[in-house]
Design a protein around this ligand. Sequence first.
Ligand code: PLP
Length: 477
Amino acid sequence: MPDTHPDFRSPLTLALSHALNHLAPQQDQSVAATATLATLRQKIDIPLNQTGIDAETVLNDLVSQVQGGIIDSAGGRFFGWVIGGSLPAALAADWLTSAWDQNVALYACAPAACVIEETAGRWLKEVLHLPSSASFAFVTGAQMAHVTALAAARHGVLARHGWDVEHEGLAGSPAIRILTSTEKHGTLVRALRLLGFGERHITNLPIDSNGRLLEDSLRRALEADPTSPTIVVLQAGDVNIGAFDDFARLIPLAKKHNAWVHVDGAFGLWAAASPRHKHLLHGVELADSWITDGHKWLNVPYDCGYAFVADPAPHHDSFAHTASYLTHETHARDPLDWNPEHSRRARAFATYAALRQLGTTGIADLVDRTCAHAHAIVTRIGSLSHAEILWTPQINQGLVRFLHPGKNATDQDHDAFTDRIMADILVTGEAFFTGTSWRGRRAMRVSVSNWQTSATDVDRVIHCVSQVLEKATTTIT
Ligand SMILES: Cc1ncc(COP(=O)(O)O)c(C=O)c1O
C-alpha cells in the first residue's frame, strides 16, 4: 500500500451513493432476483487480479457485478421466510460498527461497545418482559442463540446430576432428553447436534389444532421418565402459523419435573412488546432460557440474535474463559464470558440504535402494524376466487392456498397450482412469497416483518396476486 494518508472518504462516499440508490423507493424495481445463476457467475467469478485495484473501481465493479442478484428483502413487499428490513438508525449504526471495527470480546479492547451491549441487553429484557436478572449474549441469529442458551441448559441439567460437562464432556454422562413439539424449528435440531445431544434424544410431542404442544402429552412424557436430565423446548411463534405454546401451564408442569425450559421466540417473543399481543406470552417469563432475533421483527441488519438465561451461573460457566495474554476486567462485562465466539463484531450498536429509534411505543406499533398487514393480505387473498385461507394470522404469519380450477382437481393438483401461482407472482417482481408444506398441503406463507410495509404495498400485492390468479385460471379453463 502507498505510504500516504489512507483515503476512506472517496470509497465511503461512493458506497453511500450506491446504498441510497438501492434503498430509494423505485416503482418498478423487482423484489425478486432478475439475474440467472449463470449470469451472476459469469460476472462475479473472475480471475483474482495480481496487482491491486483502487477502491472506487472495486466498488463500482461490485455494484454492477451483483446487479439483478440482490433481492429486495429490505423492502416493503418482501414476505418470504421470516425476514425483517433495516431501520435507518440501525443501518447507519451498523456502518459505524464497521468503521469503528471494535472487537467486542473484551472490555479492554472495546470499552464503549461493551457498555452499549450491557445497556442494550438490559433494554431488550425490559421490552421483552424477561427477568431483569437474566444474563444475555449477542450472537449471529436464532440458531447460535439456541447454541448459547442450550449450552447453559446442558450445564444446568447435568450439574443437577453431579456431572461437570465442561470438564468431563458428554461421553459417559447421563443422556439428556429433549421434549419439544412436532412444530419445532430446524435450527433447534442443528443447535442440539452441534452441542452433541444427538437427534435420537429429541421427542416430538403432538400439538392441538392451534399448533400448541398438548399438555397431557408433555405430562405423560415427563412422568414416563422422571429421573433423566430433561430440557423442554417451547415455542413463541412457530415458523408457519406463529403458534404460541401455553407457557403458563406448560412451564410450571416441566419445572415440577425438574426440567430446564427453553423458549424459541425467534420472532414471536417480540409480541411481548405490544399491549395488544402480549397475552400470547403469558407465563413465558417463568422459563429458564429464551432466544430471539434482532434481524427479524426488530429490523436490525443481518446478522443479529439474542440469547437470555434466567440463572447467569450455568451460562457463565459454559463460556467463561481466561488467558494470560488477554486483559480481563473485573468491573465491566467481558462479552467472551457469555458468548460462543472469541473475537466478535460489535453488533449491539445496531440494536441500541434500533431500540432508540423506535422507543417502546414504536416497537409496539411495529408489531401491531405488521400483524395488521399480515391479516389484511391473508384475508384479502382468501376472498379471491380460487384461493383459500389455511391460517388467519394471530400475529404476523399466515397461510393461503390456491385451488386448481379443474373440475375434478385433486389435492395434488391444488398443491402444484399453489406452487405455480407462487412462481408466477415471483416473476412479476411485485412481491416475494415463499412456500411450505403444512398439515399435508402446500401453502403460500405470508410473513410480514418489515417496518416499511405500508397499506399501499398491501393493495399492490393484492392486485398482483389477483391478476396472476386470474391469468392462470383462464389459461387452464
Ligand atoms: C421459530 C424460528 N426459530 C428459529 C429460526 C432461525 O432463525 P435464524 O435464521 O436467525 O437462525 C427461525 C427462522 O425463521 C424461526 O422462525
